[in-house]
Every structure is written in C-alpha cells, then in structure tokens.
Write a protein that binds this ligand. Structure first.
Ligand SMILES: [Zn+2]
Length: 305
C-alpha cells in the first residue's frame, strides 16, 4: 500500500476552524488536518510485527518485582500485544509516522505502562512531551484499573518551545485537583526522560532499559537502595536478574492499547456548532474530526450534529 488515498490530510476540513479545536487534553476534539508526509514507516513495521503471524495475546502483562538486598523495584513486560494493537489502530485510521516518532511513541507507551505499575492502582496518568526541532507533541495516557494505554503524536499546529518540556498529570477518584508536574528534559529518548522525571517528580532515581523482542524494564530505587549496584546495572544484568539476585514477584498488572473513543462520545462536543453549520462545513459534505487521545478519525456529516 502506498501513501495515497484516505488518511489524515486527505478529504476536507474547514480552514476557518484552524485552531478552534486545539489539542489538548482528553475530551477535546481536534480537527483532522495533519498532512503526514510520505516518509511512512508503518508498512515495514507491520511486516516485521506480523512476520510470523503467531497468535498474540491482547494484553501485555507487567510484573512488579522486588529485588531483595538491593532494595529496588523492577517493572518489566513484553510489549508485542500493545504494539500490535497500536499498529492495527494506525492502519485502521490511516495514520503514518516517520520511524523516529513511531519509536518514540512506542517507547513512551511502554514507559507509561511500567510507571503505572509502580504507582497506586487508581491513578490515571497522562504525559505530554513538547519537543523542539522539529517540533512535536507526544501524548500518552493510561490507567491500571482500565488496563489500557493509548497515545498519539501531534506534528501540526504545535507551538515550538525553546526547550523540551515534559508534563505529567495524575488523576484518581477522590484526589480532587489533578496532580501536575512539569520538567525540562534532554534529548529525544523516552527512556532518558523517565529517569529525569523520576529524579524530579518521584524523588528517587530510576533507570529504564530496552531489550530485543519488545521487552522493556524500569528499575526504581527504594529506600536504602544499593546505589553502587544500581548505577552499574546494564541490559545484560537486568535480563538475568532472576538468576543473580533474590527476587520476589509482588504483583502483575496488564495493559492493552485501547482508547475507547466512539463517534457517539465525540459528537456531543460539536453540539455548540449546531447553529453555525455553514461555518463548520463551508462547502464540504463531511468533515473529519480526530480523537485528541488516540488520533482516531471520524467522518461527520451535517445531519449528525
Ligand atoms: Zn481515541
């Protein structure tokens, strides 16, 4: 399949509305208007993901493992189930990302699922990373109770910051106001961002590791952690940790790539336009609107509003 045809950027939208539905946050609609380039990755990624066509579980299981004597918490999981659903979602909605952004979004989904497993069950966490040169907004969100993570990339209409910023927002039932934090991050590697996030917002060090076959791990220091051991950890040691250390499985949680958006959930947001349909549609029969959480595209006609 080439880069022609249906997809973001094809079809029509009302230019008069540019900026009306700015991103930004769950529950807000953005117009589907990003013309993605042809430097697309997904056919190759799909090919490698499905090359063996082995049955894949729907959920990624994350293990939370306490490393005794070292006093560290290890979160680990194999993310093929999450990434498979992510690629199916891209394919379904005609979304294509360049390889670098695709990798960054997948890494961020994995980091979020590992971090969620280190946190209380009730929390829902959203991260937005605002990057410069080239400017990109990367958004991921998820929760342990819902057993889901989702996310997307914004490349259009993104304000270019002078530095890279990482925003975290946590909500939970009974919490009241969301807990937010913001930090400046270096580089474009989500595994490095999470270390910087732990240093500042969790106030304990953490190190993230990426392995072959979609395995990821996060090691977070606990009180009285053996910091010399922690600092010296590498991929090989983390992958063999059950053989070399005394470990105890504390719990498992599971996650899938899933947003839960539907046209029925999105349409009410457009209700305010009912009196101004000409402004909304201009000459078009249909407009496309896009979920701000997962970038799913929905086609809307006048009589739907
Ligand atoms: Zn969605």
């Amino acid at each position: 399949m080439g880069c022609e045809g249906e997809g973001p950027g094809s079809g029509s939208f009302s230019p008069a509305l540019s900026g009306v539905f700015e991103t930004l946050g769950p529950g807000v609609i953005s117009l589907w208007r990003a013309p993605y380039g042809c430097d697309c990755l997904w056919p190759q990624a799909l090919e490698s993901s499905f090359s063996n066509m082995q049955p894949v579980e729907d959920f990624t299981t994350i293990e939370s493992v306490f490393i005794r004597k070292r006093n560290a918490l290890l979160l680990r999981g194999q993310f093929t189930p999450v990434f498979t659903d992510y690629y199916l979602h891209l394919m379904q909605h005609g979304i294509r990302h360049v390889a670098e952004l695709d990798g960054m979004l997948k890494d961020s989904l994995a980091m979020l699922a590992l971090h969620l497993t280190a946190r209380p069950w009730a929390e829902t966490i959203a991260w937005t990373v605002n990057l410069r040169a080239p400017r990109v907004n990367l958004f991921v969100t998820g929760g342990s109770v819902a057993e889901e993570v989702t996310g997307r990339i914004f490349t259009e209409d993104v304000r270019e910051p002078d530095r890279n910023f990482f925003y975290s927002q946590t909500t939970a039932p009974g919490m009241g106001e969301p807990r937010t934090s913001m930090l400046e991050v270096d580089g474009r590697d989500p595994l490095r961002w999470i270390s910087q996030f732990y240093d500042q917002s969790e106030q304990r060090p953490a190190r993230a590791f990426r392995f072959e076959d979609d395995h990821f791990a996060l090691v977070a220091a606990q009180p009285d952690c053996d910091m010399e051991w922690f600092e010296a950890l590498n991929e090989q040691e983390v992958s063999r940790i059950d053989e070399t250390e005394e470990t105890k499985l504390l719990e498992t949680r599971r996650f899938r790539f899933h947003c839960g958006c539907t046209l029925d959930k999105i349409l009410p947001v457009l209700g305010g336009w009912r009196e101004r349909l000409d402004e909304l549609f201009e000459d078009a029969d249909t407009i496309k609107i896009q979920c701000p959480r997962c970038a799913a595209g929905y086609r809307v006609t006048r009589d739907m509003i």
